[in-house]
Design a binder for this molecule. Structure first.
Ligand SMILES: Cc1cc2nc3c(=O)[nH]c(=O)nc-3n(C[C@H](O)[C@H](O)[C@H](O)COP(=O)(O)OP(=O)(O)OC[C@H]3O[C@@H](n4cnc5c(N)ncnc54)[C@H](O)[C@@H]3O)c2cc1C
Length: 409
């Protein structure tokens, strides 16, 4: 591995540092950081967090730090992934975040750049990059999650409009979104991967109803979205009708990259401080578990460095599979948060009354978001089996039959 910056990257790092020092506070790692409100359960604090994220993104855009790797023609800087890594490394030391805007850019940006028409790119990409318009991903359905290609939301062409009926679920941030990317079944009489079309949906279109779903933490980050005779103009199709799966695969690839790229957040010192506060730090078994948290954190860091080195040196064969990073991250997260709750003892059963207004309680419940969102752990294990170990594909009996004849839940 080579961790040294090239002269060009060293110069870039210094510029990034100067920008961040001028516009953000260094991170404290405790309640003083506004970006910690990403996990706020108080609606006012959650809303304030969202507003500050939008302000931060607008600042990045104005000052030329948004879309570092986006081509210049789409408003980006046309820099390399290595520049983005340097930016992220420096940013991680500051109390600043773009929150969900980062995710919507990662999902929508590459999809529209690759498959969108010039008119779509011109209309949507600048405001996506500035954070002025928010987007959500309308893919999962009650009967189609891991097996997304079995989805049943119908799109029927009527003149120069498509009429959409059906239901999506787990749609993160739909209640704050201006637009959504939607995949729907446009031809039920061909095999399931073939008859889908990909759309842009203005979330204010008549017939779109967003119903927030309250999670176990008491906040609503995601939603059910209902489509009742929603009329979408033909200009809102991304790619060709019937080619929606190809377009959606671009979105899903960017989603995996985003999740595995984000999976370096760690929290050894937070657990250690809980162990000290509760007096458990001298217990030999607790020390063993703390050592495991520390080791997991180091392993994650080294896994991240290995992938970064691969990107920075162009030796992509060294990069670790995103599924490996994601699953290691989620297992380490579960171990860490469950240990912290054990350390709190009876206090662990409280919620907002516990340490840090229920910081560990929130993290513990939220572990399932990481373990399920962006593909479940089991599905990522399947990916590793098939794509890394070269095991045979899972047997299936519905790849070649028309979707309308398949068995569905
Ligand atoms: C925090 C969060 C945010 C999300 N945001 C969005 C969003 O914005 N937009 C969106 O469209 N979706 C979103 N999702 C949905 C997410 O993509 C799905 O939850 C996920 O793909 C799993 O689908 P499912 O919930 O239907 O579970 P299912 O697919 O029904 O799976 C149920 C169980 O069966 C297992 N399983 C399924 N298939 C296999 C298999 N082939 N091999 C082994 N085990 C299998 C799964 O691992 C799981 O344990 C979000 C989910 C979460 C948790």
């Amino acid at each position: 591995m080579d961790f040294e910056d090239t002269p060009e990257l060293a110069e870039f790092r210094a510029e990034v540092r100067k920008f961040l020092e001028e516009h953000a506070e260094p991170k404290h790692g405790d309640d003083r950081d506004w970006s910690r409100n990403a996990t706020a359960t108080d609606p006012a604090a959650a809303e304030q967090y969202r507003v500050r994220c939008a302000e931060w993104q607008a600042l990045l855009y104005r000052e030329g730090w948004a879309g570092l790797t986006w081509p210049e023609e789409f408003g980006g800087r046309g820099l390399s992934p290595a520049h983005q890594i340097v930016f992220n490394q420096e940013l991680s030391e500051f109390d600043a975040a773009s929150g969900f805007i980062t995710a919507s850019q990662a999902l929508v940006g590459p999809t529209l750049m690759k498959h969108g028409t010039p008119a779509q790119q011109e209309r949507y990409l600048p405001k996506l990059l500035s954070g002025e318009e928010m987007w959500c991903q309308l893919f999962s359905e009650p009967g189609a999650g891991s097996d997304l290609a079995s989805l049943a939301t119908r799109a029927v062409l009527d003149g120069d409009e498509w009429i959409v009926n059906g239901q999506k679920v787990w749609t993160s941030n739909a209640h704050h979104s201006d637009f959504g990317i939607l995949i729907a079944r446009s031809d039920p009489d061909v095999p399931k991967h073939k008859g889908m079309t990909f759309f842009i949906v203005d979330m204010r279109t008549p017939g779109v109803e967003v119903r927030p779903l309250v999670q176990a933490q008491g906040v609503a980050h995601f939603n059910e979205v209902f489509f009742d005779d929603v009329r979408l103009p033909v200009e809102n199709v991304v790619g060709e009708p019937g080619e929606g799966w190809r377009v959606a695969r671009t979105t899903m690839r960017s989603e995996s990259q985003m999740i595995s790229g984000a999976s370096q957040a760690t929290g050894y010192y937070a657990v250690l401080s809980t162990a000290r506060r509760t007096g458990a730090v001298a217990d030999p078994i607790v020390r063993q578990e703390l050592a495991k948290v520390f080791s997991n954190e180091q392993i994650l860091r080294w896994m991240g460095w290995r992938s970064q080195t691969a990107v920075m040196t162009g030796r992509y064969e060294l990069a670790l599979h995103g599924s490996l990073l994601k699953n290691f991250f989620t297992r380490a997260l579960s171990h860490r948060v469950e240990l912290a709750l054990d350390l709190e003892g009876p206090e662990g059963m409280l919620q907002a009354e516990a340490e840090g207004e229920g910081f560990w309680q929130y993290q513990c419940l939220n572990q399932f978001a990481s373990r399920i969102g962006g593909g479940t752990e089991e599905v990522h294990r399947n990916n590793l089996g098939e794509q890394v170990l070269g095991l045979p594909r899972e047997p299936t009996d519905d790849r070649e039959v028309p979707w309308s004849e398949t068995r569905r839940s």
